[in-house]
Ligand binder design. Sequence first.
Ligand code: NAD
Length: 265
Amino acid sequence: MIRVLVNGADGRMGSQVVKAVYEDKDLEFVGGVSVTNIGKDAGELAGVGALGIAIREGLGQALDDIKPDVVVDFTTPKVIFENAKTCIEHGVNMVVGTTGLTAEQRGELAALAEQRKTSIFIAPNFSIGAVLMMKLSEEVAPYLPDVEIIELHHNNKLDAPSGTAIMTANKIDAARKAANAQQAPDKTHESLDGARGAKVDDIPIHSVRLPGYVAHQQVLFGGYGELLTIRHDSIDRKSFMPGVILAVKKVSSRPGLTFGLENYL
Ligand code: NAD
């Protein structure tokens, strides 16, 4: 049995993780940490009935007391770097779904994890369909290098552009460079601030935030007289759970830092 603690256990994603861990026969849910709903039963909040495990505050203390094998973190971009350092320093393997870690921060965490001989796995997107969307985008990019991304999320999302959109842009750019293919220059001369989106690797990313959406992305490739659009929709947070559970089971097999679910598929 792999003993799992969920950080952010009462959140939209965290409570789904509590349920998915509870329902998996190889995993044991042993603790839930948050800054809200302290003292409430994590199972009741996740909709699986009382588990006798109360949400508690303070990740470091919880790790000392509970000694889990793996921490799954779905908290906020503001606290994820500190959370990751805390887990690595405690020698606990970690699965990170929280977005917002910069490449520089990931580098620091990789060095720390290597030094402490722990494993940390980070995925901007745990859905299989989203990973395939990125893989297909990489394949198309050398042939149709002119591309823009539209990502659409619920209005409570704290970061923009989404981690998935940034990762998609990074991958498209690497594929274009490897094939010596370039995006045509943007000829826009006058525009309102933000009208052309935020540029990551010179690829415009347009972020939509509205109630009703969960997590959606379109990658639009333009050619001469033709367009190719790759679209992915997560319509339920359940879509992320097979990827999270897979990562929890595999995280210890790769020491150091691993980035992206494609490494486990
Ligand atoms: P949410 O606001 O519903 O949940 C976050 C939870 O973390 C809340 O319960 C909050 O109280 C708790 N929290 C805040 N600060 C904390 C701290 N210091 N310690 C412990 N808990 C703390 O948000 P959400 O929709 O569940 O998303 C969480 C994160 O996951 C976001 O960064 C989001 O972008 C990301 N996300 C990733 C994926 C993926 O596939 N990788 C999918 C969906 C969301």
